[in-house]
Design a protein around this ligand. Structure first.
Ligand code: AHR
Length: 635
């Protein structure tokens, strides 16, 4: 057999070439798979989202990140880059800068330390959409905030503890998350705010355990050495509650203790499991918002209109009493409206008031038509009893959904219980209600009135003389209506601490032009008789401000110059008054709730979970920033 074949060199060369080609192909294939873009070429990836996560130590945050990943899979044209800061705000700032350098189109950030993260989030917001998830930052420099109402969680726990301890009261240990997190502050404030009224309930220890189970276990082990009686341990997370319980099991502590946690996660040692095992007396399901954040991110990137400013997710208490029912509900197929039948919506508005209300009514009617929803529209003539009658008539008609803008903030529980008993979901629009039982409504959709009051006051504070005393007149809306109550609180939050301002008069104008004019006319007459001066008028809405402007002109003064005027709504007539220099500032209160309301209704009827509160996006219109584009606004 010939040992040497003169063709051998060629064969070897061909083998070498084939081997190289296969190796290069293998490397390319591996790389593609590694970055999970195998199925798409680079030019098919339309959006890149950066996720900056506080840490991946807490089970709740791991679930949040998993939810985002799971939802992201539904969008083939999307790539998501994840970074986690291991609890360090300095690292999180670096992470965000790296994501920006990479060129992401939108940032989702769950802050480690909200106050330290506010500057970088605010700076990023100038360059791209930003969704703040779970822990809020200071101010409003973000596109959308999405998370639980942590203050409400704390209140719920406080109310539950008061019920559990009853008249004999008892001693509580509170285990907080990280001291610098807003969630901790808000939960603790809500919790302690409820208990401060019960003198027989004492918080004997309040410790920080940084959301960490083992840290809670160590700290509680030391506390158990103190023989002082502890009746309840409330931990801001189930993980920390489990740590406290574990220490309890081997500490020989002599008294029985009830443990309460928050998060209500599924799975082994999740809050639901711990309630089932009688380790926790109660937990509070706190949705992470990961799925919703990704959904809204894609809405924002695809330039959808009507993106809200805040989404508050509902928290639900779970105890042994309702655990099985809750688990069954999770497995139940949601009730879905028959697609062959129109959804019937019963909507009751407050009644005739002015420009804002007209725009609000038109928005709801037009949006119902657009959405092909059958609308039964009624108005309550500004009368609560009339409104209750109308809501009851909707129940009798067996409408699919009820929605209303409440004339006043209190006294709705009974009629809402009737709607709940009839299985009719209720969406509260525009004005929030006061109730102890927020299971009586499905979703609230409307503005943050208290922030509107703050914004009006911030304008006054930054546009008033630095040294002189400033006399302020307030013309409130309708007595006991949510906008009046909240706008007054918000305005006073800002000016009450500022010695320059004196509130020399405040009265109700019921949101009408006529009353605004009459109040102002009477005050000007008093002023001329007693020589007091009015420097600023704060009107809870534009219609009353426009009435006041007319009175000021008829009295011979120059509105906007002799007397500064700030109001709320930003309706077209107000924008014109700003253009003419007669109104100085109008804080937007968006009446165009129709499209978002119909989206919520369709989601409910499609069996989807809807947020507990959807807070609309709003801005401020001032003389100094006037632009003719404002004249093209839709209301
Ligand atoms: O509920 C919103 C308020 O009601 C508006 O600010 C006011 O104009 C309307 O009457």
């Amino acid at each position: 057999m010939r040992l040497y074949n003169r063709n051998l060199p060629y064969v070897v060369a061909i083998i070498m070439i084939l081997f190289s080609i296969l190796s290069i192909a293998g490397i390319i294939l591996y790389n593609n798979n590694r970055f999970n873009t195998a199925q798409y070429s680079e030019n098919e990836i339309e959006f890149v989202i950066g996720v900056s996560q506080a840490d991946l130590e807490e089970p709740w945050r791991i679930i949040m990140t998993e939810e985002i990943k799971e939802e992201a899979k539904k969008y083939p044209n999307l790539r998501v880059i994840y970074m986690e800061a291991a609890g360090s705000y300095k690292k999180q700032i670096r992470d965000i800068n790296e994501l920006k350098a990479f060129g992401v189109d939108l940032l989702i950030v769950s802050p480690t330390d909200p106050s330290k993260l506010t500057p970088i989030v605010s700076e990023t917001y100038q360059e791209m959409p930003v969704i703040v998830l779970d822990r809020g930052i200071e101010g409003y420099d973000y596109t959308l905030y999405l998370g639980p109402d942590n203050g409400r969680v704390g209140k719920q726990v406080g109310e539950y503890i008061e019920k559990v301890l009853g008249k004999q009261g008892g001693n509580i240990v509170e285990i907080k998350g990280s001291a610098d997190s807003h969630s901790t502050k808000e939960r603790s404030e809500g919790f302690q705010g409820i208990l401060k009224d019960y003198h027989n309930i004492n918080i004997i220890e309040s410790i920080d355990a940084d959301w960490n189970r083992d840290r809670a276990e160590d700290k509680m082990y030391d506390i158990y050495k103190n023989p002082k009686k502890i009746d309840i341990v409330f931990a801001h997370s189930d993980a920390m509650a489990l740590g406290a319980y574990r220490a309890y099991t081997y500490s020989n502590y002599p008294h029985p203790i009830k443990f309460i946690g928050v998060d209500g996660l599924p799975g082994i040692n999740g809050g639901l499991d711990l309630v089932e095992k009688n380790i926790l007396t109660s937990t509070y399901i706190c949705p992470t918002g990961g799925k919703e954040a990704l959904q809204y991110a894609m809405d924002i990137l695809s330039k959808q209109k009507g993106i809200p400013k805040k989404i508050i997710l509902r928290t639900t208490q779970i105890t042994k009493d309702n655990l099985e029912e809750y688990k069954l509900q999770q497995n139940e197929l949601p009730l879905i409206h028959n697609p062959n039948e129109k959804i019937v919506l019963g909507f009751c508005n407050v009644g005739k008031e002015g420009g804002w209300r007209e725009a609000n009514a038109a928005s709801i009617k037009n949006a119902a038509k657009e959405a092909d929803i059958e609308l039964i529209y009624s108005e309550a003539d500004l009368n609560k009893e009339r409104q209750i009658e109308i809501l009851r008539s909707f129940i009798k008609m067996k409408v699919d959904v009820i929605s209303f803008s409440p004339v006043v903030e209190s006294g709705w529980d009974d009629i809402l219980k009737e709607a709940k008993a009839a299985g009719i979901p209720v969406i509260i629009a525009d004005r929030m209600i006061k109730t102890e039982d927020d299971s009586l409504y499905t979703t609230f959709l409307g503005p943050d009135f208290r922030e509107e009051g703050r914004r009006a006051a911030r304008w006054v504070a930054s546009n008033s003389s630095k040294d002189d005393v400033v006399n302020v007149v307030e013309i409130q809306g309708s007595k006991n209506s949510t906008p009046s109550v909240e706008r007054k609180i918000g305005f006073n939050e800002i000016i009450s601490g500022d010695k320059r301002f004196r509130m020399i008069h405040s009265s109700y104008g019921d949101f009408t032009f006529k009353n605004g004019k009459e109040i102002m006319k009477n005050l000007l007459e008093v002023e001329s008789k007693y020589g007091s001066t009015i420097d600023v008028v704060y009107a809870h809405n534009d219609d009353m401000a426009l009435g006041a402007i007319e009175a000021i002109e008829e009295f011979g003064f120059k509105p906007g110059i002799d007397i500064k005027i700030v109001s709320i709504d930003a309706i077209k007539q107000a924008i014109l008054a700003i253009k003419d220099g007669k109104l100085n500032c109008s804080v937007e209160c968006n009446p165009l709730l129709g499209p978002q309301l119909m989206k919520v209704i369709k989601d409910i009827e499609a069996g989807k979970q809807t947020p507990m509160m959807i807070i609309t996006e709003e801005t401020v219109f001032t003389q100094e920033a006037f632009t003719r584009e404002w004249l093209n606004r839709p209301y």
